[in-house]
Design a protein around this ligand. Structure first.
Ligand SMILES: C[S@@+](CC[C@H](N)C(=O)[O-])C[C@H]1O[C@@H](n2cnc3c(N)ncnc32)[C@H](O)[C@@H]1O
Length: 216
C-alpha cells in the first residue's frame, strides 16, 4: 500500500479513530496497551512507532523522552492534544530520523501489519535501539479467528463501517486485516534480524498477540 495513501486514510479517520477502536476491540484495547507497557521498564527513551493518536505514549510513564512517529499528520495532530509531554514526528518506520542507539524501548500497537517492508523496519529498529533494548509488538494474529473477523467486517458490520468511514477506507481496513501475519511468521522475522523473542501472550482466543523481543 502506498505510504501517502496510508497517511491520508488515517488522517481522514483520525477524529473517529479512538471510539471506533474501543468498539471494535470490545473495549479491550486499553488493557492490551497497558499490558504492552507493563512488559517494559520505565528507564530510558521510548519510541512508539505508528503512534496514531498517541494512546500508548499517553499511558506510558518513562524517565526518558517519549517519542512517537507516524505517517499521518491528522493522527499526529490529535496525539499532540492528548499527550503534551510527548514529541511527535512525521516519519516512516522504514527510515527513521534518529541516531543509532537513541531508545531503550520501542512499542508498536496495531501497526506491524501495516508496515510494508518489515525487514527494513526491523533493521531500523535494531539500529535505533540501545544494546539490550526491547521491542514490544501488539497486533492481530493471522489464523482462523482473523478469517472470522474479516467475514464480520465484510458482511454484518459492513453497513456501519461504510456509514462511519466510507467504502475506500473500509476496504483499506479490510485489506490491512487480511495482511496480518501469524505469530510464528512475526517471530521468525524478528529472529532473522537479531532479536530474541522472550515473551508471548495472546488474547481473544488467539486473535490478538502481544510479543516482547530483546536486541541481541
Ligand atoms: C491502526 S493505527 C494504530 C495507532 C496506534 N498505535 C493505536 O494503537 O491506536 C496504525 C498507524 O500506523 C501508522 N503507520 C502505518 N505505516 C507506517 C509507517 N511505515 N511508518 C509510520 N507509521 C505508519 C498509520 O498512519 C496509523 O496511524
Amino acid at each position: 500500500m502506498n505510504k501517502k495513501v496510508v497517511g491520508e486514510v488515517f488522517s481522514q479517520v483520525s477524529k473517529l479513530y479512538d471510539p471506533f477502536l474501543k468498539g471494535i476491540t470490545l473495549g479491550n484495547i486499553d488493557r492490551w496497551q497497558r499490558d504492552l507497557i507493563e512488559l517494559l521498564d520505565n528507564e530510558g527513551n521510548r519510541l512508539d512507532v505508528g503512534t496514531g493518536t498517541g494512546e500508548v505514549l499517553k499511558k506510558s510513564i518513562v524517565k526518558g523522552l517519549k517519542v512517537g512517529i507516524d505517517l499521518s499528520i491528522g493522527m499526529l495532530k490529535r496525539a499532540k492534544t492528548k499527550c503534551t509531554d510527548c514529541h511527535f514526528i512525521l516519519a516512516d518506520a522504514e527510515n527513521m530520523p534518529f541516531k543509532d542507539a537513541s531508545f531503550r524501548s520501542i512499542t508498536l500497537s496495531l501497526v506491524y501489519r501495516h508496515i510494508d517492508d518489515k525487514k527494513a523496519f526491523l533493521k531500523e529498529a535494531y539500529r535505533v535501539l540501545e544494546k539490550g533494548g526491547h521491542i514490544c509488538i501488539l497486533d492481530i494474529n493471522r489464523f482462523l479467528g482473523t478469517r472470522i473477523l474479516t467475514f464480520i467486517m465484510r458482511y454484518p458490520i459492513k453497513p456501519l463501517g461504510l456509514l462511519m468511514f466510507g467504502r475506500e477506507k473500509w476496504d483499506f481496513f479490510l485489506h490491512s486485516l487480511e495482511s496480518s501475519l501469524s505469530l510464528s511468521e512475526v517471530k521468525q522475522q524478528l529472529e532473522g534480524e537479531n532479536f530474541k523473542v522472550i515473551h508471548i501472550k495472546t488474547y481473544l482466543f488467539g486473535l490478538v498477540y502481544l510479543l516482547k523481543a530483546s536486541k541481541l
